[in-house]
Design a binder for this molecule. Structure first.
Ligand code: ZN
Ligand code: ZN
Ligand code: ZN
Length: 85
């Protein structure tokens, strides 16, 4: 399989985050380590270091492959290729 990632071409420019914190985690009052925003629909979920792992669950439920880290850098993560860009 090619390591070339073309998932970011599906990215919509300037899509705003749906929520300030993890959408599901806020309801369940779970602590959040870091946030990832889905570049396809603006869903905000917590990363794999958080208890909820809602960003990964969002990928599994929707198949939206690319997330952007909200806090530190604006690094992008592709779930299909499991790599930062
Ligand atoms: Zn990819
Ligand atoms: Zn969460
Ligand atoms: Zn999404």
């Amino acid at each position: 399989m090619s390591k070339e990632c073309n998932h970011f071409s599906q990215e919509k420019e300037g899509i705003p985050p749906n929520t300030k914190s993890c959408e599901e985690g806020e309801k369940e009052h779970l602590p959040v380590v870091a946030l990832r925003m889905c570049l396809a629909c603006g869903h905000v979920g917590c990363c794999d270091s958080s208890i909820g792992k809602h960003a990964t669950k969002h990928f599994q439920e929707t198949g939206h492959p690319v997330m952007k880290s909200i806090q530190e850098s604006s690094q992008k993560w592709c779930y299909v290729h499991e790599e930062y860009y």
